[in-house]
Write a protein that binds this ligand. Structure first.
Ligand SMILES: [Zn+2]
Length: 297
């Protein structure tokens, strides 16, 4: 049947780009029921309605690397180096510099502690942290557990993307502060949390989100995701994992709506076809009748 073939081609055209997008990512994401906008308290439906139109699951700036989505391939990153000698992705240089400049204008000077790390470097870091803990008396399994709270396995750290930086303010480092949770009490950490999104950065491992991110609160770890994405994530109190799950849910809903529409169109076409057949039958009947009439005359 022609109409059915046309319908099939039409449906494939609609469905294919979404399937292709989903096939490219295949992230392991939190269930939609786990998503919680801890700042805005917006519902899932509201969040999906409010999502930036351009939010795209295959956006390279939303590239997800975490323990549920490890990446065993070395990521190819164009690197630049900060004044501290820390490498990070060249693609975020301009925005990072703008953020550092804005910090200075507010009397916060920042130091970049860490940026891009190759898988090998991360493996080295993991093992040295574990060894240090064992040296002070922890068992191997305790040392591994403690290390994993702050140090991602080599194939699960987003530092490999070059889009993540560990950053501390001088108000904190000058009093001997390091990469610890109470950095969040300092003015510079609070300024960063409030302003990073304007430059496309998010606080990647927020407080009360450990179940989603599998990382403890890291007030020093910021991740570039692009300005619109960052503003949405920070305004609602979400994580990158939840944001991607929302985009995936939106795409699923749009896809099923398109299929529903296409099915509706098919029903309309079938009804039209049926009506045309009926019309033909009636016309034939009418023609026969008038023919018969003529016979009688
Ligand atoms: Zn980090």
């Amino acid at each position: 049947m022609n109409i059915k073939k046309i319908f099939l081609i039409f449906s494939l055209l609609l469905i294919f780009p979404f399937d292709q997008a989903l096939a490219l990512t295949k992230y392991n994401l939190p269930a939609i029921s786990q998503i919680k906008a801890i700042k805005s308290n917006a519902s899932i439906d509201e969040l999906i309605d409010l999502l930036p139109e351009d939010a795209n699951i295959v956006d390279p700036y939303l590239f997800l690397v975490n323990p549920s989505n490890p990446n065993n391939n070395q990521v190819d990153v164009d690197l630049v180096t900060s004044i501290e000698g820390i490498p990070y992705a060249a693609s975020i240089e301009e925005k990072l510099n703008q953020m550092l400049q804005a910090g200075l204008e507010n009397d916060y000077q920042f130091t970049i502690i860490s940026g891009y790390r190759s898988t090998d470097q991360q493996a080295g870091l993991e093992s040295s942290r574990k060894q240090a803990l064992m040296a002070v008396g922890y068992s191997e399994s305790e040392a591994i557990h403690l290390t994993n709270l702050y140090t991602a396995p080599a194939n699960a750290t987003e530092h490999m993307t070059g889009l993540a930086i560990d950053i501390l303010g001088q108000d904190w480092t000058s009093i001997g502060g390091g990469l610890t949770e109470n950095y969040s009490e300092s003015g510079s950490a609070q300024w960063l949390e409030e302003n990073a999104a304007k430059y496309g950065f998010i606080l990647r491992y927020p407080q009360n989100k450990s179940e989603i991110t599998t990382f403890n609160f890291e007030p020093w770890h910021f991740r570039y995701v692009g300005q619109l994405n960052a503003q949405f994530i920070m305004e609602h109190g979400l994580t990158l994992e939840e944001y991607l799950a929302l985009i995936e849910e939106r795409d699923k809903r749009e896809k099923s709506e398109k299929i529903r529409q296409a099915a509706k169109n098919q029903a309309v076409n079938e009804a039209r076809e049926w009506l045309e057949e009926q019309k033909k039958t009636i016309d034939e009947l009418f023609n026969n009748e008038s023919f018969n009439k003529k016979d009688h005359d």
